[in-house]
Write a protein that binds this ligand. Structure first.
Ligand SMILES: [Zn+2]
Length: 398
């Protein structure tokens, strides 16, 4: 009489009666009964899971199914198994064991899942926004630590503190030395007119430095500055002597990237103009600076050179800081000297661009590559490392 089987919702009542009373007398009848029990179990578990219930709800579910006194499994044992006819007994026992196993497994499974307790609803509210203050005593105890959601014994997320970029750091060190000598800092635009970048610096139209291959042109009259020297002109235009400035900044050249060339790099330009300034002042200033930057044991050497905007001009070398100038290492190519920067006395022709009286004023200028100084000072082999943003490299400058 399968048709008179109680509906699923009444399965709880069915377990209170014997199989005989329920009219179940064969395997097919048993299968239908246990199928409804399995369905009921899934429904019960689903209600607890989707309802976001707490530990007490899970416990209630466990008691309902597996409770030793009035659990459904217990009732089935009492009312179905014991009074089952001999030919059905083994089948009932087998199905009952399967149901018990299934109930145990599903209830244990939801108990393992993280749950929330009532005061932390809704679920979407971030844990960190919960009240946590002296005004809410017991807040810590009430936190769902036991439910596994928040482990307050875990260390917090540590944020590493950044370091000054080595290029910035070298610019700052250079600047501090010159500030102590009474210089001030000037800046100019990265995008510069061809006039300031070339013409006013005595670099005429046909000079090789204006070659397309070296210079990034924005348009025929505008370039990305190829050096920081334009700021010399800009400063002299707005300022009468005495002038003592340094100009840290970016410069750009169309160079193929390799270990010593990058299309963007940094320079520090220097300019001093006043009455009675001589080459001796230039030598003394740079010698002082290089000793302050690399160490007092460093010696300096001036070699004649050429720059369009200085006359006379010189290259400055320092005694090799790696072999102590003994000509004993590869970095100085066994010469004992390292080429470092260019300098010279300001070409009097420049003064005509800025209306200084060349009979009254004289001055010197110098320019140095920041990357070159940084590479020497910190033993960096490849200029590209400065611009790759690799924290493994940058961490070393703590
Ligand atoms: Zn050396």
């Amino acid at each position: 009489m399968e048709t008179s089987d109680p509906p699923t919702s009444d399965i709880a009542n069915a377990v209170e009666q014997s199989l005989d009373k329920l009219g179940v007398r064969d395997a097919a009848g048993l299968e239908g009964l246990f199928a409804r029990l399995e369905q009921r179990l899934r429904d019960d578990v689903g209600q607890v899971t989707t309802g976001g219930r707490g530990p007490e709800d899970i416990e209630q579910l466990r008691v309902r199914w597996l409770g030793r006194k009035q659990g459904l499994v217990r009732s089935i044992t009492e009312n179905w198994l014991r009074s089952a006819p001999a030919e059905l007994k083994a089948d009932v026992g087998k199905r009952l064991n399967a149901l018990r196993g299934s109930a145990e497994e599903q209830i244990a499974s939801i108990a393992r899942q993280p749950t929330v307790d009532k005061w932390s609803q809704p679920l979407s509210e971030p844990v960190r926004q919960r009240p946590y203050s002296a005004a809410a005593p017991g807040a810590v105890e009430a936190a769902p630590v036991l439910a596994g959601e928040l482990d307050i014994t875990l260390p917090g997320t540590r944020r590493t503190i950044g370091v000054e970029h080595p290029i910035r750091r070298v610019i700052r060190e250079i600047t501090e030395i010159f500030l102590s000598l009474g210089y001030s800092v000037e800046e100019g635009p990265d995008i510069e007119s061809a006039y300031y970048n070339f013409e006013a610096l005595n670099i005429p139209e046909d000079h090789p430095a204006r070659d397309d291959q070296d210079t990034f042109y924005v348009d025929p009259q505008t370039v990305l500055r190829t050096h920081t020297s334009p700021v010399q002109i800009r400063t002299m235009e707005k300022m009468q002597p005495p002038v003592r400035i340094i100009v840290p900044g970016r410069a750009f050249r169309h160079d193929a990237p390799d270990a010593t060339h990058a299309s963007m790099f940094h320079q520090v330009e220097g300019l001093a103009v006043d009455t009675h300034i001589t080459f001796a002042d230039l030598k003394g200033t740079l010698d002082y600076f290089l000793k302050a930057f690399f160490g007092p044991e460093v010696r300096t050497r001036f070699r004649p050179s050429f720059f369009p905007f200085t006359e006379p001009s010189a290259e400055v070398d320092i005694s090799c800081i790696f072999c102590g100038g003994t000509a004993g290492c590869r970095i100085c190519k066994y010469s004992g000297w390292i080429e470092l920067l260019g300098c010279g006395m300001v070409d009097p022709a420049l003064y005509s661009y800025v209306h200084y009286d060349p009979a009254r004023y004289s001055g010197f200028a110098f320019g140095m590559g920041v990357e070159r100084l940084a590479m020497l000072k910190y033993g960096v082999q490849d200029i590209q490392l400065f611009f790759q943003g690799d924290v493994r490299f940058l961490h070393q400058f703590r």
